[in-house]
Design a protein around this ligand. Sequence first.
Ligand code: BTN
Length: 258
Amino acid sequence: KISANTSFIGKSVIYMPSCHSTNDHVGTLLSQDKNLKEGTIVLTPEQTKGRGQRGNTWESNPNENITASFLLRPQFITARNQFQLNVAISLGVFDTIHHLAPSGTKIKWPNDILVKNKKVGGILIENFIVGQNISHSIIGIGLNINQESFVGDFPATSLFMESNKKFQVPRVIETLLENIENRYLMLKNEGYDRLRQEYYSHLFWYHETGSFQEILPNGEINIFEGQILGVNENGCLSIGDESGKIRHFGFKEVKHLY
Ligand code: BTN
């Protein structure tokens, strides 16, 4: 059913009528066969225990959206540069949505895809490190395509809700795989600089002044004004505060206030 115009991502497709988590399933396949081919993808129309970043869950109505994971072997990326992989994958997902949604597609650090401030897609990258480098990575992508409504605290949307059009999920998967492979090969062959510039150009709140909420080690909350200046080599968000100081934050340490 999937015939993407790629050289390796999605050349081998494993379709599951239902599954707990496609990320976990790629992990299971890998434990059964250490030589599992790079680019092998697990697709399912129904995920029953979808996982998000930071231990969150990922909810997706059956048959309406994309829930898929594939295997990469990015051995050219060092463990300390692993954020570069996030950037390449985020741009591949961004390209896909940007092309199909009318306007307002952004990347929210580290790798949420937003349309008009609402989340349309999420990425869960699990890297396995051997020595100084990544040995392999399981890349999971959830993209909301045809779902008509969402419940939950965080504002979510789908391509349907933004465009009033229904999409053929397999065709969107093909475009997605093509865009991701393209971005991944750019990173591999041309290096990180251009990808970083493009990531910044689509980054939500980049160089705009806004309020941020910081969670201090003692659990207290501090609110400050600042501007996102970029992402450092460790993948931490760099924010310039009112006093002109540049501060760096890890995944759970800061939140934009809308
Ligand atoms: C996030 O935004 O927190 C990441 C969400 C990632 C969801 C996808 S759906 C396919 C794959 N399998 C999972 O269990 N999670 C990812």
